[in-house]
Design a protein around this ligand. Structure first.
Ligand code: MN
Length: 262
């Protein structure tokens, strides 16, 4: 028996004139998309991404391939929209999400990602980033050229290396792991992680386990810290009555295994 609760919040922030983030909260499917482009174009791109995922069949848990196909369809839909309206040329969006899927005959989580929005898992007092950013700074960190601390304030920190609205279509990262124990997931656009560091995010999740209040607190913290970008968060709490509870260090929770390469 699984009890899933969620809360979501978004803010335009203090600097931007439009909110180009979009989000989707549906039974067993949670998505954040951060649009990029001219004045309204980014907003259009992130909305197309969310609408494509909204069409994934409800009811029974979809297969992983159905969800990934919806992300790939979003890429095609965004490209088609830019052909139809030249004012939308160059628009794109990140997309990241958490979906309950049927895998090997049982209940699993799928985490998927294109771009630099993120999914975290918080369990047993420990925060863990599940996604890998597709960004220039992440590549510099991976190459050992800069530290993770330097990455946070790097001048190229806003350059993504994968986004929807690209040709050829970007590869979608995907991780699948069993639904077990009690977890909290956080999905967010970079407007959160630019302003609030991971220990502070963990402290907010620890202080308020109720997902809507946690979501509101996280967005408020990002806006108060500067609000230099749109900020969007979804907090999902999962209670599994028959699952294995996480240990004090979260170390009995299942480790996500990546099923698709970078
Ligand atoms: Mn952003």
């Amino acid at each position: 028996m699984l009890t899933i609760a969620s809360g979501q919040a978004t803010s335009i922030g203090r600097v931007r004139t439009v909110n180009q983030d979009s989000l989707l909260v549906r039974s067993g499917l949670f998505v954040v998309a951060d649009g990029m482009g001219g004045h309204v174009a980014g907003e259009v791109a992130s909305r197309i991404a969310v609408e494509s995922l909204e069409r994934v069949q409800q009811g029974m848990n979809p297969a992983q391939s159905d969800v990934i196909a919806a992300v790939e369809q979003a890429n095609a839909d965004i490209l088609r929209a830019t052909v139809a309206d030249p004012e939308l040329a160059g628009m794109g969006t990140t997309v990241t999400g958490l979906a309950r899927v049927a895998f090997a005959g049982s209940d699993h989580w799928l985490v998927f990602n294109v771009g630099d929005s993120r999914v975290y898992r918080y369990a047993g007092g420990h925060i863990e980033r599940l996604t890998i950013d597709h960004s220039e700074v992440e590549e510099l960190v991976a190459a050992g050229e800069i530290t993770r601390e330097e990455a946070a304030h790097h001048p190229q920190s806003n350059i993504v290396t994968r986004s929807l609205g690209s040709e050829p279509a970007p590869q979608v990262d995907a991780w699948v792991f069993p639904v077990e124990g009690s977890d909290t997931f956080l999905l967010c656009s970079d407007g959160l992680t630019r302003e609030v560091d991971e220990p502070s995010i963990a402290a907010i999740l620890e202080a308020d386990p109720e997902p809507q209040r946690a979501a509101d607190s996280l967005v408020r913290a990002a806006v108060e810290a500067g609000g230099s970008d749109n900020v969007t968060v979804i907090v999902v709490t999962v209670q599994s009555a028959d699952g294995v509870p996480s240990g004090p260090n979260g170390d009995t929770a299942p480790r996500p295994t990546r099923s698709v390469g970078r």
